[in-house]
Design a protein around this ligand. Structure first.
Ligand SMILES: NC(=O)C1=CN([C@@H]2O[C@H](COP(=O)(O)OP(=O)(O)OC[C@H]3O[C@@H](n4cnc5c(N)ncnc54)[C@H](OP(=O)(O)O)[C@@H]3O)[C@@H](O)[C@H]2O)C=CC1
Ligand SMILES: O=C(O)[C@H](O)CS(=O)(=O)O
Length: 490
């Protein structure tokens, strides 16, 4: 699909933007440009200016100048702009989904789901904008009154990955703007078009210029260092791998910059012998194979109690073999391509290591005959803790099945990782549900469900899966500073 064929799909062809947004200026001129390609076909769908430090610094300066008037508006006024932005995202959801599928590859239905999920964060924080509360505390001396103010942190810089190019930005820019911050985004070079389309609609919704810039660049390290070290940037919010998160945290430490980190995962998915097996298979399918396994909350290890292992494996294989692999624009396709050859190499490596260490392929196991970065949805049986796939995040369509005997055994196995983002289990016994939910060392636990992501809940991890929470009534906290005012002489 070339840019023209993508444009021909769009009602609003102007939402396919081939320029960076620096303050109020759409900038398409640059010494270098880079291609955005459709991972299903390899075709170039857009060319964008490859922005550098000068443009990043300009965007930060503009954001610093624009934020004061925005913070001085009432929460209700900010709420109205965000609500209008939400309405525009929903009104143009089909166009935004087509752009997302073209640049990232996920099936169109999943892309539409992401657009509405991302819009849900804007809607949620349009409401939260009116509910930023401080405190008045009884004084510690007769003439004193203790006031607690909540104030916006200031300029926020954001770095986001390619796998959810709309929703990952929405769940950051939504709370930031709601509380009165300004925002400079650097989306992944693989998938910048979704962010640009969002920004265009934000301006149409009445967001004042300068509050939301989008830096298109392949210079991820340089831009990242600028975001971490520029004294005007009071907060860095990042979604991506733990390795990059550590680099950014180290860079941010130099100026003790506030950070929010949504990092890697290695989710256990546990099926107990009292589970509803059909429900557990349904949950495993959505948790493991959503976005072709390319989400940080995907089931990475599937533990099945020995009494139901064979029955569950048989049902899961049957469900996996119904997955339709292909171009996300093709009707009926439920799994698109992997994002890159690098991703295919990692998936192959995990499969080969598992087979070398005694596992066996129950279905799939090889690149798909469609070629490119398409890969067969795969189930590995006989998985063990010694395999790479037990320790590393696969980020692809491979479901390894591990057998276990007791609750204590599986809790120990599930928690034996440096990650702590999402976890899941299926069981009916109420006592076991409470015991396991409390024992799992993770930021999020899905009980009898494989899909937990919603703007209403606090999304985030513990250990090396990150810091902070996104969404929910807690979602504004990461963008606010608490100020204590001691009022004397009363
Ligand atoms: N917890 C969560 O919500 C999520 C976690 N992830 C995790 O991210 C990984 C997969 O995504 P992937 O894109 O490969 O992750 P990366 O961490 O490689 O990239 C994420 C973003 O960081 C940028 N980046 C890479 N290196 C640097 C650097 N040194 N300084 C500043 N920015 C940098 C990338 O830019 P570019 O791509 O242009 O190089 C991209 O925009 C998995 O581990 C997955 O679990 C992914 C999504 C959500
Ligand atoms: O993996 C991610 O990038 C997202 O966190 C996935 S989710 O929010 O849709 O679960």
């Amino acid at each position: 699909m070339t840019e023209n064929t993508l444009k021909n799909r769009l009602d609003r062809q102007d939402l396919l933007v081939e320029a960076a947004l620096i303050g109020e200026n759409w900038v398409s001129e640059a010494e270098q440009r880079f291609d955005v390609t459709n991972p299903s076909t390899g075709e170039v769908i857009a060319q964008l200016p490859d922005m550098g430090l000068e443009q990043a610094r300009e965007a930060i300066r503009v954001a610093e100048n624009a934020r004061h008037d925005w913070a001085a508006r009432t929460g209700k006024e900010r709420s109205q702009v965000l609500r209008k932005w939400y309405d525009l995202m929903v009104a143009h959801a089909d166009d935004l989904a087509a752009i997302l599928t073209a640049e990232m590859g996920k099936p169109l239905a999943e892309a539409k789901g992401e657009i509405l999920y991302g819009a849900g964060y804007i809607e949620w924080f349009a409401e939260e904008a009116k509910r930023i509360y401080g405190d008045i505390i009884t004084g510690h001396q007769p003439d004193k009154r203790i006031l607690v103010l909540k104030q916006p942190v200031g300029v926020v810089a954001s770095i986001t990955p390619w796998n959810f190019p709309n929703a990952m930005i929405a769940r950051k820019v939504g709370p930031a703007l709601a509380v009165g911050c300004s925002f400079v985004a650097r989306p992944a070079a693989e998938t910048p078009l979704s962010a640009l389309a969002m920004a265009k609609l934000a301006l149409e919704a009445g967001l004042p210029a300068g509050l939301f810039s989008v830096i298109t660049s392949t210079a991820s390290s340089d831009i990242g260092l600028e975001f971490c070290s520029n004294p005007l940037v009071r907060k860095l919010t990042f979604t991506g791998s733990t390795g990059v998160g550590k680099i950014l945290m180290a860079q941010s430490a130099q100026q003790v910059q506030k950070t929010s980190m949504e990092l890697g995962g290695n989710a256990p998915f546990i099926v107990f012998d009292d589970a509803d097996l059909d429900a557990a298979v349904e949950g495993a399918m959505v948790s493991k194979f959503r976005n072709n396994g390319q989400t940080c909350v995907c089931a990475n290890r599937i533990y099945v109690q020995s009494g139901v292992y064979e029955a569950f494996a048989e049902k899961l294989v049957a469900a996996v073999e119904k997955i339709q692999v292909g171009d996300g624009f093709e009707t009926g396709v439920t799994a698109g391509p992997l994002i890159s050859e690098k991703a295919v190499k990692k998936v192959k490596g995990h499969i080969h290591d598992a087979l070398f260490k005694g596992g066996a392929v129950a279905t799939g196991g090889a690149p798909h005959d469609r070629g490119g970065t398409f890969f067969e949805p795969t189930v590995i049986v006989g998985a063990t803790a010694e395999m790479q796939i037990a320790r590393e995040e696969t980020f692809g369509p491979v479901a390894p099945l591990f057998k276990f005997d007791t609750v204590d055994d599986v809790i120990a196995l599930a928690n034996a990782t440096e990650f702590g983002l999402a976890s899941y289990f299926y069981a009916q016994d109420l006592s076991r549900v409470w015991q396991v939910a409390e024992a799992l060392d993770y930021g999020m636990v899905g009980v009898n469900t494989g899909l937990i992501s919603t703007e209403l809940a606090p999304f985030g991890g513990v250990k090396q899966s990150g810091q902070g929470r996104e969404g929910s009534k807690y979602g504004c906290d990461d963008y606010l500073e608490i100020k204590y005012v001691c009022l004397g002489g009363v």
